[in-house]
Design a protein. Sequence first.
Length: 248
Amino acid sequence: MDRFITHQGDISLWQIDKKGIASLAKFVVEENFMHHEGKMLSSCESSEEYHHVLQEEQAFYEYSSIIVAKNTQGDIIGAIRIACWDKNPHTIPLVKLFGDHLIDLEQLRHDHKHLWHIGRFAINRNYTDNGRLFKLLMLYAISPIFRYNRGVLLAEIDQKLLRTLGALHIQAPPLSKGISYLGSTTIPITIYKEGLDEFMLKYAYLAFDIQFRETQRELPEWVKIKPRTQNYPNGYCQDNQGYRTLQM
């Protein structure tokens, strides 16, 4: 069963279970095709891209959290997936696409302790809210990274999304030139935990009930759960009456 996270205006956010991966795959592939080709994809479920996304996300499921936004009719209008690669036995997508010469995974784990991959980001082309849903999906996806002092995030994104991340003060330096993938030029990026700090500090109020302890030198953030109002994904806050620290 999908796990309810919160309501935000006319949308609700959910952490989906394995049965929902087929709907996720269909949404992501159709939105990507429309975004890059400007037309609907006929017979999505029979497409090579759909089966690729479906099989990959089913394989990653035990190590990941898939978050979707739904409208009042229950239709998916946004999605994002975060996966932990600390003990994940599968080949990380960036290596699948670009080879193993760009990054040294073992060195990254040694230097940054925790390794993450983010993907399947998509928002319905007809939904407009001045970027609020984009920020919400990002906030909930990256929240588990802030459980730790160190971490590094890998992703493959298109040029438009790379520019958007920069505008939101997310430091995402490209690892190489892009390649053609799923209808667009895909660029490999690395985001270190400190590269997310400014974004989290600026926009955390959109998703979390924040209290600042300004007497602390490193200005940690405390997240207070409001019972029956928030249900954070990823096991981020398990005690609904307690506080957890975002490690800034």
